[in-house]
Design a protein around this ligand. Sequence first.
Ligand code: ZN
Length: 218
Amino acid sequence: MSFWFAKSAKTFKPKKNIPEGTHQYDLMKHAAATLGSGNLRLAVMLPEGEDLNEWIAVNTVDFFNQINMLYGTITEFCTPENCPVMSAGPKYEYHWADGKTVKKPIKCSAPKYVDYLMNWVQEQLDDETMFPSKVGIRFPKDFLQSAKVILKRLFRVYAHVYHQHFPHIVSLGEEAHLNTSFKHFIYFVQEFGLIEKRELAPLQDLIDRLTNKDSSRS
Ligand code: ZN
C-alpha cells in the first residue's frame, strides 16, 4: 500500500482516493494491514467472503497510486530528450493505442506515453460504471477483462522505470520502495493470472529473482 511513500508527496497524476466509509475503504485497510505483516503471498490472496472483482478493483487503484508516486519521483529524468521512445531495455518498445479513441498506435516519447497511459487508467478508475465504488452497484460483466488490460499497461511503467531509470531511483534512495511495490504487483497478478507471461518478458529475470528469493526462505 501507499504508506511506503508517505515521505514523498509528489505524484505524477492526482492520487485516486477510495472514499472513507465504503466497503472498499475497509478492504483497502485490510490489505494494508496484511501487507504490514510482510507476507506478500498471503497479502494478495482474496480475503474470505469477499468479492473477487472488488478485491481486484481496490488493488488496481492502489497500484495506480503507487506507480503514480514512483513515476512522479523521476519525471525530471524521464524527458523526451532522455527517453525519446517508450522502451523497456533494447528489445522492447511500446507505441500508444487505447483501442478506442487511438486505434493506430502512436510512436511517442516515454513521458508522453506514460501521460497517455496514466490518463487512460485514471478515466476508467473514475468511471462509476466500470469501477463502482458504492455498495450495491454491480461490477460490469467485462470488469475482469478491463482490469487485465489496465494492469498489463501499468506493468510497462515499472518495466520502463527498471530498464531506463534504475540509477535515478537508486540516487533517490527509492529502490527498496520500487522493489517492494513491484513484487507486490507481481504476486498479485500471479495469484489471479492477470497478465500473460509474454507481457512480463521485459522483467522476467527480475521477477524470477524477486519471487525465488521468497520461496527459498519460507
Ligand atoms: Zn524515461
